[in-house]
Design a protein around this ligand. Structure first.
Ligand SMILES: C[S@@+](CC[C@H](N)C(=O)[O-])C[C@H]1O[C@@H](n2cnc3c(N)ncnc32)[C@H](O)[C@@H]1O
Length: 247
């Protein structure tokens, strides 16, 4: 079964998957619920079709991790993670590996997010180590899951790119998930992390690696398209006008 078929089957199985993390705000980060209505879902899916990214969603209520502000705009809102179907489905390779090799004794996750990994993997994994950069994300997210899975989750506040695991430790699986967006630009960091953990684990992967590699391939093959390409934000604006979504 190829990757696309596995992803498709996974989406069907987890179509109703949601996290139940309480809403809250700390520092620059916020956990909040958002409603995706029929029209916004159509808009989101049109974007997925136009950009050929297979990133589809359904109407419903979702949980998002938002980071507020950037250098240019303090009110800019970046969705760092959510439990939309496409984001959940990005964990398919990890879940498939864990299922096929269960029970896994130790799994390392780089990037805490909203803890989708815990809920997907808890039946197959005994102990999680999570490396997370932001103290605010840890404060908003960790207590909820540590209460639900007592003694099974260790959180380390550190930069995953420089963190070195204690000597002698080995993981059954490692998943690197520290990026906000899918981009060829993530590949260098993915290679760095995957080199670092190569000998420390039995299996590893990075979030949406296949999409990032496809982005890089396309750029190499058709650089001219990218020179004059509409960037994602412009495309988003154009589709927004088309669907007349005003908020
Ligand atoms: C997309 S989320 C991870 C989603 C997670 N897999 C889940 O199950 O919900 C990315 C997370 O990585 C964190 N992060 C970003 N850069 C990081 C770094 N250099 N080291 C560790 N964590 C980082 C962000 O704060 C965020 O919590």
């Amino acid at each position: 079964v190829n990757y696309k078929e596995r992803r498709h089957a996974f989406i069907q199985e987890y179509v109703n998957f949601k996290v139940d993390l309480p809403a809250g705000q700390h520092g620059l980060y916020e956990i909040k619920r958002c409603q995706m209505d029929e029209r916004s879902a159509m808009f989101h899916n049109a974007l997925g079709l136009v950009t050929k990214t297979d990133r589809f969603s359904r109407p419903g209520v979702y949980t998002q991790l938002i980071r507020w502000g950037n250098n240019a705009d303090p009110y800019a809102e970046t969705v760092v993670m959510s439990d939309h179907l496409c984001e959940v489905a990005d964990h398919e390779p990890l879940v498939t590996y864990a299922r096929e090799h269960a029970p896994l004794e130790r799994v390392l996750i780089n990037g805490l997010g909203i803890g989708v990994c815990f809920e997907l993997l808890a039946p197959y994994v005994q102990h999680f180590t999570v490396v997370e950069l932001s103290a605010s994300v840890i404060r908003l997210v960790a207590p909820h899951y540590q209460a639900r899975y007592p003694g099974r989750i260790e959180i380390i506040q550190a930069n995953a790119l420089t963190y070195r695991p204690p000597k002698g430790v080995r993981y059954n699986a490692v998943f690197h998930d520290i990026w906000d967006f899918i981009s060829h630009n993530n590949l260098a960091e993915m290679r760095h992390l995957q080199r670092r953990y190569g000998r420390l684990c039995d299996w590893q992967d990075s979030w949406a690696r296949r999409y990032c590699e496809r982005d890089a391939r396309k750029r190499r093959r058709h650089p001219e398209q990218y020179e004059k390409a509409v960037d994602q934000k412009e495309l988003y604006r154009a589709l927004n006008t088309l669907f007349a979504i005003t908020d």
